[in-house]
Design a protein around this ligand. Structure first.
Ligand code: GLC
Length: 474
């Protein structure tokens, strides 16, 4: 008794420093068998303390980051465009604050738009104006070919981190011999499912095929709607923007329908298996998925899911740590797996490759400080904290064997093959600086099919012609 009560007292004291994440408090309290009301009290106290100290993360303290060899940058001032305002903002603020604490450089964090499509437009505007307002920007894995001419070469900066980064991503980010961005985190589309609801309805395994998903979603809707009219079967990203390109590419590849534009620049999208996959998705709208899904981005889908109002969600790994927050109504009631596959010839699991890099603008007035910040954000200790606190997939393969990372994200180990190279890339390397035109034509067409404005077969035929026209300009 004496032992456990002093351990609890120690936990309490540590919680009150604000240095423990909510998840850590929850786990440790649960391990000690602390009663539920005391656990919630501890977590409330811990959250309040963390908010005050701004430390609800596992970012190492400045004195533990000496190995990075960051220079003294006192007197410098730079700005960085990071994630959208939302759940990741406090973490990012804490990360750049740590950089400031170590180097003396003042950093302003600017939130970027949530939609990758809008964000690219914003960057292109800034860069076309050769604006020095922004020094560092986070760029999508599909943009190196588009933004290369505005980037500082970061080859040496990446080397200075003395970590081995994924070769595939480094290659993706290398254009005309310059490293346009240091890999920050990678991404892959995954299927989230409610383990409690599968069990409740006697569904033994998470769906492996789209047929399985449709059947399971309908069964769960039939049961849940009686009590909860807002309940949805499957939420995903169907709005007319880059996120739909990712979802629809998964549908068509998973049905053996090719990757839109193949390696040899053949435009392959006009094929029966791709068309069938779009027709299938059209059937979800207003059925297992809400009508509104055709306007959804990532956070819209997550909002429904996180409120406990969906059986399945297609999203990126970032939603994992948010769902597991001890305050979340779905904490410990869900898991993740591969995106389902179709039934066409050559059907396979297809999880779209995503991810973000740190680029330094050629127009920065403080390129040295900017480069150090980019390097810092992508360094192993910061990636480790990002993985633990925000379930972001590291771009340093060694980190997939890190026990703390795997404890926070058990699925990193299970889906390692996908994360370490098995995800399906969008055709951004072959279409280079015209990728955004191709993607825009594609998501516009697919969105029209989803909303019923167009019939799949003729619309895809037209889409193929549009993409052929774009590709002819290469
Ligand atoms: C995620 C991915 C990114 C993708 C975007 C689409 O942020 O990491 O690659 O383009 O989602 O919405």
């Amino acid at each position: 008794m004496h032992d456990s009560s002093s351990t609890i007292a120690r936990l309490m004291a540590e919680t009150l420093t604000g240095n423990l994440s909510r998840r850590q408090v929850f786990r440790r309290a649960a391990a000690l068998g602390v009663s539920a009301p005391l656990v919630s009290m501890l977590m409330r106290a811990g959250a309040a303390a963390a908010q005050e100290s701004g430390a609800a993360n596992t970012i190492p303290a400045p004195d533990q980051l000496a190995d990075l060899g960051l220079p003294d940058l006192s007197g410098k001032e730079i700005s960085i465009i990071l994630g959208a305002d939302g759940p990741v903002a406090p973490w990012e603020e804490a990360a750049v604050q740590t950089f400031s604490d170590v180097t003396g450089c003042k950093v302003t964090r600017i939130a970027g738009p949530e939609s990758a499509t809008e964000r690219l437009a914003q960057y292109q505007q800034l860069l076309a104006a050769q604006s020095s307002d922004v020094d560092v920007m986070t760029i999508d894995v599909i943009w190196p070919g588009i933004l290369a001419s505005h980037a500082v070469d970061l080859t040496d900066a990446m080397k200075a981190n003395k970590s081995t980064y994924f070769e595939r991503i480094v290659q993706n980010n290398t254009v005309n011999g310059i490293l346009v961005g240091i890999p920050w985190y990678t991404d892959a589309g995954i299927l989230y499912y409610r383990t409690d609801l599968l069990e409740k309805y006697g569904i033994e395994n998470p769906p492996a095929t789209w047929d399985d998903l449709e059947t399971a979603a309908q069964t769960i809707i039939d049961g849940e709607r009686a009590e909860n009219p807002d309940f949805q079967g499957f939420v995903w990203q169907g709005g007319a923007y880059e996120g739909l390109t990712c979802n629809a590419l998964e549908w068509q590849v998973s049905n053996g329908g090719g990757v839109i534009v193949e390696e040899d620049l053949t435009v392959s999208v006009n094929n029966p298996q791709a068309i069938a996959s779009f027709e299938r998705a059209r059937g979800w709208v207003g059925g297992i998925s809400p009508e509104g899904v055709t306007t959804y981005k990532e956070e819209d889908a997550r909002g429904v899911w996180q409120a406990g109002n969906a059986a399945f969600m297609r999203n990126w790994p970032y939603a994992y740590s948010l769902g597991q927050d001890p305050d979340s109504v779905i904490a410990n009631k869900f898991d993740v797996t591969l995106v389902p596959k179709g039934d066409g010839d050559g059907a396979q699991h297809a999880d779209c490759l995503g991810g973000w890099q740190m680029m330094v603008s050629k127009y920065s007035k403080a390129p040295e400080a900017a480069t150090e910040l980019a390097r810092f954000m992508c360094s192993a200790p910061i990636q480790k904290a990002f993985a633990i606190d925000q379930s972001r997939l590291p771009t340093i393969p060694d980190l997939y064997d890190d026990a703390d990372i795997l404890e926070a994200n058990p699925f990193f180990g299970r889906l390692k093959d996908v994360f370490l190279g098995g995800a399906v890339a969008r055709p951004s390397t072959v279409t280079a600086d015209l990728y955004n035109e191709v993607s825009t034509a594609y998501f516009t067409a697919v969105n029209e099919i989803l909303t019923g404005q167009a019939e799949a077969a003729p619309r895809v035929e037209q889409l193929a012609k549009e993409i052929e026209g774009i590709v002819a300009e290469l």
